[in-house]
Ligand binder design. Structure first.
Ligand SMILES: [Zn+2]
Length: 503
């Protein structure tokens, strides 16, 4: 643990009480005016944002019971309502493959030049406008806020007529159809769609903010499988890395980047990854061979940064569109947990850059699946770029580079998989808080409870909440599925927040 000089937990509880007594009014993302914040923290919220991710269809039959439960047990004050933006009222949609739901029925006047056609609800469809009105009435009674949680990826491409034309094109000219591919960030129809969705959500519904997120990265990270589970069979294919579409080519040409040279670079990388996965070590070793590929093909890095900057452009577009539709509306971004595993992805996700356009950042700093995910990251990158290292050596490298210290590789591979400690949550929250220091951007980490692994306990939940606020977090978002969290863990959330006098 590296947080020497920070407050002890006992001191933190005292400091948190001071903050609570200095609370001004209201809830939101405005910085607290009082300066009695925890000693190593920037100002926290007047009242912390206590959010929960929720799938909208779940609310259809359980609305009152659900709201009562999360408010009573966990002091939830904000619903982050999942809205994969392509559902319910789109022609040709396969509903069975898209069960998460979306509260926003498309209002056709917002959707122009998107290659797809919104259509009216059928008699048997979930009546979304009606449902949203009910949800809004019930949340208002309870003083809860609603923030749409907009995500379009990390799943198979929805079967909507025309949607494929918005998707990225891979190294061999094929449309991508699933993660890590997704809609092309430079496709003008996709940008139109993003603008339309934000306008529709903000102008058609009484929402209190917008949260957008994508769990994707650029072509180099994708080709290498440099994310948790990236090296699992079928998860990454260096021949399917993207994007090589006409819009990316045209934009690149304006910047003096040759798409032909970029393709040549990625074609040179492809056998390095394939051979590595087949256990064929390069003559000079994996790392040297990788560096030689970079020297000879600097377009590998150029294209990675080109993609990352295109993502930032879409984020700026989302923020500016939302704020034009409703001045002052908070806009936040979910940050993929790969930021805790891949140093390459971490380098691209500079928190300070987000402060230009983000009011809050919801980091996926989930302790409970982190052990299993870190081990899978080690498994993936030791098949190519770090193939010269043993699993444990790679994990030690990770802990050093990423500022973490958790269990050994053998321990992480045990089942049931162990959690990361609350030190991990502290370090990642603190790093983000320091990264946005001096700005109005707030850090509201996700608190993972029984995500994938059912290994959360009331004690782990308590420790992580304390770590988040001790590090200067301004709230938290219970993640990811209410049904899996368990009543005892939900109760621990409320009990801890009350103990810390944060609610
Ligand atoms: Zn493209």
């Amino acid at each position: 643990m590296k947080n020497e000089g920070s407050v002890s937990r006992r001191d933190f509880v005292k400091a948190a009480s001071l903050v609570a007594t200095a609370v001004t009014t209201g809830i939101g993302l405005e910085p607290m005016s009082a300066s009695a914040a925890a000693p190593d923290a920037q100002p926290t919220l007047a009242k912390p944002l206590i959010g929960i991710q929720v799938e909208v269809n779940f609310l259809q039959n359980n609305l009152v019971k659900f709201l009562d439960d999360v408010q009573t047990r966990s002091s939830v004050n904000t619903l982050m309502m999942h809205c994969a933006p392509f559902e319910a009222s789109w022609g040709g949609l396969d509903r069975a493959s898209n069960p998460l739901g979306n509260f926003a029925t498309a209002h056709p006047q917002y959707y122009r030049d998107i290659k797809m056609q919104p259509q009216a609800l059928d008699a048997g469809d979930f009546n979304l406008p009606d449902e949203f009105q009910k949800i809004r009435e019930e949340t208002r009674k309870r003083g809860m806020k609603i923030i749409p949680w907009m995500e379009e990826d990390n799943r198979a491409r929805p079967q909507i007529k025309g949607f494929d034309e918005l998707y990225e094109v891979d190294l061999y000219g094929r449309r991508t159809s699933h993660h890590p591919g997704g809609p092309c960030l430079n496709n003008p129809y996709f940008r139109n769609l993003l603008v339309a969705q934000v306008n529709d959500f903000v102008r058609s519904y009484d929402v209190d903010g917008i949260q957008r997120g994508t769990e994707r990265q650029g072509p180099l990270g994708n080709a290498l499988g440099a994310w948790h589970h990236g090296g699992d069979p079928g998860h990454s294919d260096p021949g399917q890395t993207s994007c090589f579409c006409e819009y990316c080519a045209a934009k690149a040409a304006k910047q003096g980047i040759s798409m032909d040279r970029v393709k040549k670079a990625y074609l040179a990388l492809e056998p390095f990854v394939r051979n590595g996965r087949a256990g064929k070590r390069p003559v000079d070793g994996y790392f040297v061979e990788f560096w030689r590929l970079l020297l000879r093909n600097p377009e590998l890095l150029i294209w990675e940064e080109f993609w990352s900057e295109s993502m930032r452009e879409t984020q700026r577009l989302v923020s500016s569109t939302a704020k034009a539709a409703k001045p002052g509306i908070p806009v936040g971004y979910h940050i993929w947990q790969n930021i805790s595993f891949s140093p390459f992805y971490r380098a691209e996700q500079d928190y300070h850059t987000f402060t230009e356009y983000a009011d809050f950042l919801k980091l996926a700093t989930y302790d409970n699946p982190a052990g299993e995910r870190m081990a899978s990251f080690v498994d993936s990158v030791t098949q190519n770029i770090f193939g010269d290292l043993s699993h444990q050596q790679m994990l030690d490298f990770e802990y050093s580079v990423m500022g973490l210290k958790e269990k050994s590789y053998a321990e992480l591979k045990a089942r049931p998989a162990p959690r990361f400690s609350s030190d991990y949550v502290y370090e990642e929250t603190k790093r983000a808080v320091d990264g946005v220091a001096g700005t109005s951007t707030r850090i509201t980490p996700g608190l993972g409870i029984n995500i994938q692994e059912h290994n959360s306990t009331p004690e782990s939940v308590r420790d992580c909440i304390e770590a988040i606020f001790r590090a200067g977090g301004s709230g938290l978002v219970l993640s990811t599925a209410y049904a899996a969290m368990g009543p005892e863990n939900l109760s621990a959330v409320g009990a801890t927040l009350r103990e810390l006098k944060l609610v």
